[in-house]
Design a protein around this ligand. Structure first.
Ligand code: PMV
Length: 323
């Protein structure tokens, strides 16, 4: 057995503006959520033992040689090894996550990102965020079919991003002009990104003019929000979130539960609120002040949210290659 254990971690994420419209070329904004994370640790194993992958939270482990083709962890491992042109090391790769699954917080992308970073560092070829992001995008295709790429981007770069699918090289990382606080509430209902993206696509096929107009209006909100975030004009963000929620409702991806949570957050002093991610279930995100945060969290839990997470979008982020 040689070498040291290598660890990496990756944050969750929340989409602030532009989900669904981003699939049709409009801009979207997402921020990392560092209060939840996925971690990967690679430790040396006896020679000849190959690579064992331990999915700690699922209570499962497998040897890479025996993993099914479409197992997302195995895909992340294989793509990373291919990318760095290394054979599988004799090691144990243990993956853990505190990110709620299927709720729009990027748990799949964060787990894959942690795996890619830790494994690449273990074989002594640490990768920059752009390459990590590209590999994780390939893994994301297994879950989502046609992901826009926003999840892998915000999670690999660990920075607020202004994302469009036409971005060829480096994504636009947002400079935050003034910090702000978000409260994320989990409806407890699962949200299937693949199904909801297909549902929106069916709507677009049946009435392209209406859907394209909705996508354009949502894109306009992302552009306006970018100016507010960069200019530190946080006061204008709340109403933009409210408008985005209404447009997502028109796209058919909200639900009575999400509408109720959004209304509850606003009544309890949030400056704005919207569903976040694919919709129907998953999360809502509210813009809150320091004083109001606890009241909004309590009101949301009272209204049925199974969990709330408070996060602060800070003015500076440090990019970590691996930890
Ligand atoms: O539910 P999430 O967080 O995976 O977000 C999906 C966002 C969509 O715009 C609906 C799809 C995508 O690939 O961007």
């Amino acid at each position: 057995m040689e070498g040291d254990t290598v660890r990496s971690s990756s944050p969750g994420k929340v989409i602030l503006f532009g989900e669904h419209a981003v699939v049709y070329g409009q801009p979207a904004i997402a921020v990392p959520v560092t209060e939840v994370k996925a971690t990967a640790a690679v430790e040396p194993a006896p020679s000849g033992s190959g690579l064992t992958v331990v999915a700690f939270d699922l209570g499962r482990s497998f040897n890479l040689c025996a993993a099914p083709e479409d197992n997302p962890l195995a895909v992340a491992v294989r793509l990373t090894l291919e990318h760095v042109t290394s054979s599988a090391p004799d090691a144990t790769l243990t993956v853990r996550s505190t990110i709620p699954m299927a709720s729009g917080m990027g748990s799949g992308a964060a787990v894959a990102t942690a795996v890619v970073k830790a494994l690449a560092a273990f074989v002594a070829i640490p990768l920059p965020p752009s390459e990590v992001s590209r590999i994780v995008y390939e893994v994301e295709k297994i879950h989502h079919g046609t992901p826009s790429g926003i999840d892998n981007t915000v999670i690999a770069y660990e920075r607020p991003v202004y994302f469009t699918t036409s971005e060829s090289a480096e994504p636009t990382l947002l400079t935050v002009g003034a910090p702000f606080r978000l409260l994320i509430a989990d409806s407890g209902l699962p949200s299937s990104t693949k199904e909801l993206v297909e549902r929106v696509r069916a709507g677009w096929h049946s009435d392209p003019a209406r859907y394209e107009s909705l996508f354009r209006r949502i894109g306009g909100l992302s552009r306006a929000a970018r100016q507010c975030i960069e200019g530190g004009d946080v006061g204008r963000l709340g109403p933009l979130m409210d408008e985005n929620h209404a447009l997502l409702g028109e796209l058919g991806v909200s639900s009575p539960t999400l509408d109720r949570l959004v209304r509850t957050a606003r009544r309890a002093s949030a400056a704005g609120a919207k569903l976040s991610g694919a919709g129907k279930g998953g999360n809502v995100v509210a813009l809150v002040g320091q004083e109001g945060a606890a009241t909004v969290a309590a009101a949301l839990r009272q209204a049925g949210a199974v969990r709330t997470i408070e996060t602060r979008v800070r003015m500076r982020f440090t990019v970590r290659e691996s930890e």
